[in-house]
Write a protein that binds this ligand. Sequence first.
Ligand code: 13P
Ligand code: 13P
Ligand code: MG
Ligand code: MG
Length: 386
Amino acid sequence: MPTLSIIKADTGGFVGHCAVHPDMVEEATRRVEAARGDLLLDGKVATCGDDLALIMTHEHGPDAAAVHSFAWDVFHATTRIARDLGLYGAGQDLLSDAFSGNLRGMGPGYAELEFAERPSETVLCFLADKTEPGAWNLPLFRMFADPFTTAGLVIDAKMHAGFQFEVYDLYQEKRIVFDCPADMYDLLMYIGAPARYVLHSVTSKTSAEQAVATSTQRLSLIAGRYVGKDDPVMIVRCQSGLPAVGEALEPFALAYTVAGSMRGSHHAPLMPVAAAQAHPSRFDGPPRVVCLGFQISGGRLIGPRDMFDDPAFDRARAQANEVMDYLRRHGPFEPHRLGLDELEYTTMPALEDRLSDRWQPLPTAATPATTPAAAAERHAAAAGRR
Ligand code: 13P
Ligand code: 13P
Ligand code: MG
Ligand code: MG
């Protein structure tokens, strides 16, 4: 059975955190082409913002050492180019020097899905920049559980039974499976908090086919410090008992709000764009999502089609710009800025140290001015004056 793997990393930004330098794309493409027909059935290189993605089909299964170490080597090669060109944050996502078996906890993000290839295997690969893995929660719910988005949930007998949603708790490192539609409200209780609870996979209850795989790691939780947002990727299989392509794209017609943008520390709208527009410059935002569509045939990646290169998403883009203007005017105030518990790029601990001896306790209840007796006395005196 073939496996589709998207493995991605930020190995250096051009300029700042905007894009991947063409020399890095060229090097990655050269290596992927060389591996095709050997390690890989097929492979493509794509970018979204400053993140470089390897989209690969192969027969080694998920978490395969050979495939992960290949990606690791590619990212080290592009890091060397980034260093040579003095690009920003060269090797940003490579948290370790030594490769050990697979990429789990090493920095690069990945979504992998093993499947029996259908006669027509339609797949969408979503890549995002300046946001985090929980950004997929809302559109995945709408694709696979919301009948107002996906007509097939109502109309298609192969979808009517619903889907199973696997959710990761990234803080406590545990997982749970929700059965929809029955567990829909329980599911929403968790995935509505996307900083902590992240959808990892979705499976059809009718065919038992896995339809979705997402990248779910959060680098800051691994590294214990800010190291850039974990700009996520996602695979969505479509058609024939799964959402149609148009149903899977429909949720992105709303520029919904995600965490990310400048310093990974702000709420901002997610803008669906064509690949050529996936270079956030203003305030490192708005966060971008691109969607590359493929038909997979005998493991070959037929494509990509640039799915958001469609005027039907113009309104979402205009909405993203409008929401960005509105949020930006809040400057350093929440809810534009993330809550303190989520602030990632912060000098808060250093600031706290500097100010620690200037904080004074509030007056306590024992202070005369605030006792009930003193208040009653003031009240009586005021009444006497009237
Ligand atoms: P399938 O059920 O064959 O996927 O067709 C649905 C469709 O393509 C609607 O646009
Ligand atoms: P990236 O995660 O895309 O590198 O962005 C980091 C950042 O600080 C943006 O302001
Ligand atoms: Mg970067
Ligand atoms: Mg990035």
